[in-house]
Design a binder for this molecule. Structure first.
Ligand SMILES: Nc1ncnc2c1ncn2[C@@H]1O[C@H](COP(=O)(O)OP(=O)(O)OP(=O)(O)O)[C@@H](O)[C@H]1O
Ligand SMILES: [Mg+2]
Length: 231
């Protein structure tokens, strides 16, 4: 596998349910996302965007196919490791529509919770978290609670949290949905900078066509088929 590849998917299939409740979501998807790329994922509601991200993030089980994350084949008709949680922790950062910071922990504790759970040296985790908060221009909010931050500041803190474990891949499900267009643009430019500077592959769900020119490629789900194009 090429050193450039962050995600490679071959003949991936996903459906839910049986009989009356059967829904076919993804049919025979094959694509490659490279390191350093910001890919916009655009498709109508219910088309399978979240389902696709959750399969790439080792959260949702595909029905069949192959998934590589970096140079590791993680799925081939079944998970190739019992430790999907470990893969998730080591390789993936998640960002969601709502920031999902833990309301009763201050910002720095929100950022260091995961590394601590992972037995990373606490001082090291704190330094990394502080560097990220400075990078996102919210260093002064370290001791504040999420309720004391604005929507944009909380979303920046959530992006910082997704970066704490230095993931190779960031999966972002409508990270800008709760923000106004200027703040959305700020977040997208930030994600683009992260992709380029830290060589991270980012797939970001968006419903906002105005964000597309700021991304490197666009992924669509049309009729259960995943299509990856230049902008
Ligand atoms: N756990 C589940 N069980 C059964 N069906 C599911 C499950 N999760 C998703 N689905 C179905 O799979 C399809 C794709 O859902 P998904 O959440 O991936 O869509 P989406 O593109 O993220 O939509 P939205 O833009 O509204 O978030 C939908 O028809 C949904 O009802
Ligand atoms: Mg969704």
């Amino acid at each position: 596998m090429s050193v450039k590849q962050a995600i490679k998917v071959e003949r991936l299939n996903k459906s839910f349910g049986k009989g009356d409740t059967f829904v076919d979501v993804i049919d025979d998807a094959s694509f490659v996302v490279n390191k350093g790329e910001l890919v916009a994922l655009v498709a109508p509601s219910g088309a399978g965007k979240t389902t696709l991200l959750m399969m790439l993030g080792c959260v949702e089980d595909p029905n069949s196919g192959t998934i590589w994350l970096g140079d590791e084949k993680v799925y081939e008709d079944k998970w190739l490791t019992k430790e999907t949680r470990k893969i998730r922790r080591e390789k993936i950062g998640f960002i969601f529509q709502a920031h999902y910071l833990i309301p009763f922990l201050n910002i720095i504790d929100n950022l260091t919770l995961l590394p601590q759970a992972d037995h990373v040296d606490e001082k090291k985790a704190q330094k990394k978290a502080r560097d990220l908060l400075a990078y996102f221009d919210i260093a002064d909010k370290e001791k504040a609670m999420p309720s004391q931050l604005s929507g944009g500041q909380n979303q920046r803190a959530a992006i910082a949290r997704a970066l704490v474990n230095e993931p190779e891949i960031i999966l972002a499900d409508e990270p800008t949905a709760a923000l106004d267009s200027q703040r959305s643009l700020d977040v997208i430019n930030m994600l683009k900078k992260i992709a380029q500077e830290q060589n991270v592959a980012i797939i970001m769900v968006t419903h906002d066509e105005r964000m597309l020119p700021h991304c490197d490629r666009v992924m669509k789900i049309e009729n259960k088929h995943v299509i990856l194009d230049k902008i």
